[in-house]
Design a protein around this ligand. Sequence first.
Ligand code: GLA
Length: 553
Amino acid sequence: MLSSLCRIVPLGVILGVGCASPQLMVATFVPTRPGVVTATHVNVTGNWLAAVSMNDGTFRRSYFDLVQRGDTITGTVRTTQFFFDIVESAWDSTGFTIVGAMKDGGSVRRQEWHGRLVGDSLHLVAIRRPAPGTPATPTPAVTNASAASVAATPARPQPELVAYRVPPGEGAMPAKIPPPARHLVRDNGIARTPAMGWNSWNKFAGRVTDADVRAMADAMASNGMREAGYVYVNIDDTWEGDKRDSLGNITTNSKFPDMKALADYIHSKGLKLGIYSSPGPTTCAGYIGSYGHEAQDAKTFADWGIDYLKYDWCGARMLYRDDEMPAVYQVMGDALLATGRPILYSLCQYGRQDVWKWGADVGGNSWRTTGDIRDTWESMANIGFRQDVLAPYAKPGHFNDPDMLEIGNGGMTNEEYRTHMSLWAMLAAPLLAGNDLRTMSLEVLGILTNKEVIRVDQDPLGKQGTRAWASPDSASVRQEIWTRPLANGAYAVAAFNRGPDSARVTIDFAALNIDTHGATVRDLWAHRKVRVRDNRYTTTIPSHGVVMLRVDR
Ligand code: GLA
């Protein structure tokens, strides 16, 4: 229930919830010069709540805690994963504009709202604009795809929020819990090879339900994916409630009525269940996070039978600096170990703070190295081909994670999806399918379940591949050859054609320091042996395609 529920006003999908205050002021705009309006008789001072129904029994709450002096509005805005200080305000004939700013890692995030008082409610529209001065690539080693896409977004208005006054202090940020002193979290002994499974986010985002998750498990258990190694069925954000219960336990929303029953079902299929939370008070989508309840939540997850936790920074940015990330992640690393249940710990903080240098020390089995992937060639290639420098940090139990697979989601060709699969295998990356497993084509299923490529990804040596050669051409017609050392002296060699036309590429094994004399060389997509002459192999690779070989001695 909403703590300050006085009314719910349906406005399409948006519900305004709150209490009218007796000292409400009347909105009277007084023109002083033509076209200019002052706020003389309007005062928007107060704590305003806009609560939007998520159609799962929860509300996404945004608090506008405003202080107006004359025409100047100051205060704070708290919404989903963000907490802004209001740094600018202005009035015009239609109402006011406020600009919030929030320090987020090395950059300042800005958000603008336009507001107007209508009776006893405040109507607010967020204006999306690229933040001036926000770097499109916040991490030096890898591209932050989501930041780049935000920067490319022109200003566009969002749906109108309707806010009502609530008591002062409601929705206030919790006090900051000081991060603990650092120590090494013991290795949990799992994920000796990169995780394989499915995750709900790329296809279902906030719409995922218990029924979807069961259906994906059914598909994985019957279409050959489980036998190919896909074992984790991972629920991403939006399974949570928006309030804890009276004992402080994390709750589910109406899309996930019984998490323990769901886990039992997944386990009955010979699969494992993954879940998602945040070290912050809220998740990226604005649901409850594990902040201040880490041990309690870890125990709840273990009691439910959870096998995998994706732990996403988002809401923690409201309270913590980036340099506090390792200590903050350590808290959940310890909490998971303390449950005694093997739970794979997957860090998700977009590759900030050089996570590859400390991810293993806080108990992480994998750590995201980039912003969010999208289902486009550019996004996938920008992420995948930039992972080279991170190779030294991958090892059994602890892997770089360039984000989940987009294979089968429709934004790339199957040629490009083969490249996606091959590149992720060369990178020893987690293979988490992100498509609808019920409706994919046989060709997509074949890409996801190519056992020879999966065998490279899952190689027990756990070494990540690196770029061995790149053509001197401009980036748009680039060809690259990557190599990955495998167990027993074997190698994987992948030749990629990033250019717009098919290209003839010669793999010169001598230049790659790989001796093919007496070795077996297989093409892992054609599933046949290839003939290597004079330690060289020449082949034609389609645009955005790949030839992937395995050399066994
Ligand atoms: C972040 C993560 C995504 C996904 C969403 C969920 O953007 O990087 O992978 O988990 O949050 O809100």
